[in-house]
Design a binder for this molecule. Structure first.
Ligand SMILES: [Zn+2]
Ligand SMILES: [Zn+2]
Length: 274
């Protein structure tokens, strides 16, 4: 029996190689996934999205690259001053490798495959192939609403496609167009890194992952971590749209591409609470 419903809000505040941050909350508990832009930006974009007083009870760090952790130390101090100290979560490998200047107080170690709670939210760290020691993506489950934030992986994996399958909201990396990367201005070394098994998902690979992981509950798909040099929103959206079209869900799934320099309007889905 459903006792009441609650709105789950997802807001991609910033997405791309210049910084990543996503807010997920249900009005009673909330988390940020990554804080790779300044605290000033994070708070300003939450404010602009109408989420200035939305609860932040934890910050989930995916890995130590600057575009995911740059704001961590300052954000920890700002959140402590705003209300109370908030735990930051990351793997042991990320903690060992993080730039000490970004290191916040109050780190809690998580392990890929072992879920934990932030208040009543269930958080599942999912291992991803990326060129650092111990990177993860996250699923955050509020009531009966799973939300996945999956970026910074070099290839699709079975674990990640399984993590997508029952999601209502998915934030999924569509990093580059393979031809644009190949013909673009990057050095051969950097091209190789991005294309490699531990780099970033191309539009083609992300479309494959989406095809494998697409489930019947998906309401919102947000394309994330688009390269400003080697991709365009139009290319990424076309790749995702083709998958949704083939699956016959194009009219049902709300599709958009995340932005680097502004927050997307917040998405709201309803959860049932028993
Ligand atoms: Zn990144
Ligand atoms: Zn990275």
């Amino acid at each position: 029996m459903t006792l009441f419903t609650r709105d789950v809000t997802v807001c991609v505040l910033s997405s791309g190689s210049a910084g990543n941050a996503t807010y997920i909350g249900d009005g009673h508990a909330g988390v940020l996934v990554d804080c790779g832009v300044s605290t000033k930006q994070i708070l300003a974009r939450l404010d602009a999205a109408g989420l200035a007083s939305a609860p932040i009870d934890g910050v989930l760090l995916t890995h130590e690259h600057n575009d995911h952790v740059a704001g961590a130390a300052v954000l920890a101090r700002a959140l402590a001053k705003r209300n109370r100290p908030v735990p930051f979560f990351c793997t042991r490998g990320t903690l060992d490798a993080i730039n000490p200047r970004c290191l916040p107080d109050g780190i809690e170690i998580v392990e890929a495959g072992k879920s934990f709670r932030v208040k009543h939210l269930i958080v599942e760290p999912i291992p991803v192939p990326h060129d650092v020691r111990d990177p993860v993506a996250y699923r955050v489950i509020a009531g009966d609403v799973p939300v996945a934030v999956i970026t910074d992986l070099g290839r699709p994996t079975a674990l990640v496609s399984r993590a997508l399958r029952d999601c209502r909201v998915a934030v999924l990396e569509f990093n580059h167009d393979e031809d644009m990367l190949w013909n673009g201005p990057y050095s051969p070394h950097l091209k190789q890194r991005i294309r490699g098994n531990h780099g970033h998902l191309s539009n083609r690979q992300a479309a494959q992952l989406l095809e494998d992981g697409l489930g019947s509950r998906l309401d919102h798909l947000i394309l994330a971590h688009l390269s400003e040099e080697n991709n365009t929103p139009a290319c990424a959206l076309a790749a995702a749209r083709a998958v949704l079209d083939r699956a016959g869900v194009l009219s049902r799934v709300h599709l958009q591409a995340a932005l680097q320099h502004a927050a997307l309007p917040p998405i709201t889905v309803q959860t049932r609470v028993w």
